[in-house]
Design a protein around this ligand. Structure first.
Ligand SMILES: Nc1ncnc2c1ncn2[C@@H]1O[C@H](COP(=O)(O)OP(=O)(O)OP(=O)(O)O)[C@@H](O)[C@H]1O
Ligand SMILES: [Mg+2]
Length: 282
């Protein structure tokens, strides 16, 4: 799989916010160097929602951490809004698989935590925190501790926390993978709604093909050994999106194509019956 398949119509691309240019990452592993990313080049436009899919270990989290300035690339560069990313930045919000809330603080205090760290005016941001919690349906839960909230609620608090200081981009690494299927669907609908309301740029890592296809403007597949971008596919569904697009033939054809690309990157189908499984989640 050598050629990159860039299938995004160039004319409709929004202004570029993130430029990932020939990023390579080799870790100094205990048993010798581990080449996590061979050469990743990708642009993400302002307001775009781009998902990264690919086999486990292909370097998705590594690339996300490099974009966040939490890992240094071995070579290549990242530009955010025209300036190089050389370390953690205020204009980036990050959400991980686990909500990682402070257990002794309330939902409201957790949302306000970055405001305290960044020494921003608490009074002004308290109002914004209430607005964000209302936007994700958590009015009335402001004073609950994380242990009193469900997994989906905790992840919604984490989304509010990532949005509180109004970053220009949200980086999400498998944020819903620990949730049950129904809660995950609800979170997908909530996230699509939040993104439509806030117009944030998002780079979203997931193993769920359907989640990626439903949420994204573009789905990027990483793969190969060592990995690179092997497919960059625009999702042609109008917004706002409703779950019934998932019943359509086009949605399912796209999911099938993404699955086959990932399987190919993995070294072929895991087992027989690929076509029959092509529409299933994960
Ligand atoms: N700190 C590290 N030191 C050494 N090797 C690492 C380190 N972090 C990741 N790796 C290796 O780099 C490769 C890519 O890891 P990464 O976590 O980015 O993959 P991923 O695509 O996010 O996988 P998954 O889908 O399982 O989360 C793997 O081979 C992993 O073992
Ligand atoms: Mg990962």
């Amino acid at each position: 799989m050598s050629a990159q398949l860039l299938e995004v119509p160039r004319l409709v691309r929004p202004e570029s916010l993130v430029r990932i240019q020939q990023v390579e990452k080799t870790y100094a592993g205990r048993q010798g160097p581990v080449r996590a990313v061979a050469s990743a080049s990708l642009e993400v436009g302002r307001g775009e929602f781009v998902s990264l899919l690919g086999p486990s270990g292909c370097g998705k989290s590594t690339l996300l951490m490099i974009i966040a300035g939490l890992e240094t690339p071995t070579s290549g560069s990242i530009l955010l809004d025209g300036s190089p990313v050389t370390g953690p930045r205020r204009d980036i919000g990050i959400i991980f698989q686990d909500a990682t809330l402070l257990p002794w603080k309330s939902a409201l205090e957790n949302v306000l935590f970055p405001v305290r760290i960044l020494r921003l005016p608490l009074r002004k941001y308290r109002e914004r925190a209430h607005e964000l919690l209302a936007m994700v349906g958590l009015t009335g839960f402001e004073n609950k501790k994380p242990s009193e909230l469900s997994g989906g609620m905790r992840q919604r608090v984490a989304i509010c926390r990532a949005l509180i200081h109004d970053p220009s981009i949200l980086l999400m690494d498998e944020p819903f993978s620990a949730l049950d299927a129904i809660t995950r669907d609800q979170m997908n609908a909530a996230l699509a709604d939040i993104m439509e309301k806030t117009g944030k740029t998002v780079i979203f890592v997931t193993h769920s093909i359907r989640e990626a296809a439903f949420l994204s403007d573009r789905v990027v597949v990483m793969g190969g050994r060592p990995s690179q971008v092997i497919l960059d596919l625009a999702m042609p569904f109008p917004r706002p999106r409703r779950f019934d697009i998932e019943d359509g033939a086009e949605f399912n054809a796209i999911c099938r194509r993404l699955r086959l690309t990932i399987e190919e990157a993995h070294g072929g189908p895991a087992q027989s019956g690929t076509a029959a499984r092509a529409n299933s989640v994960e």
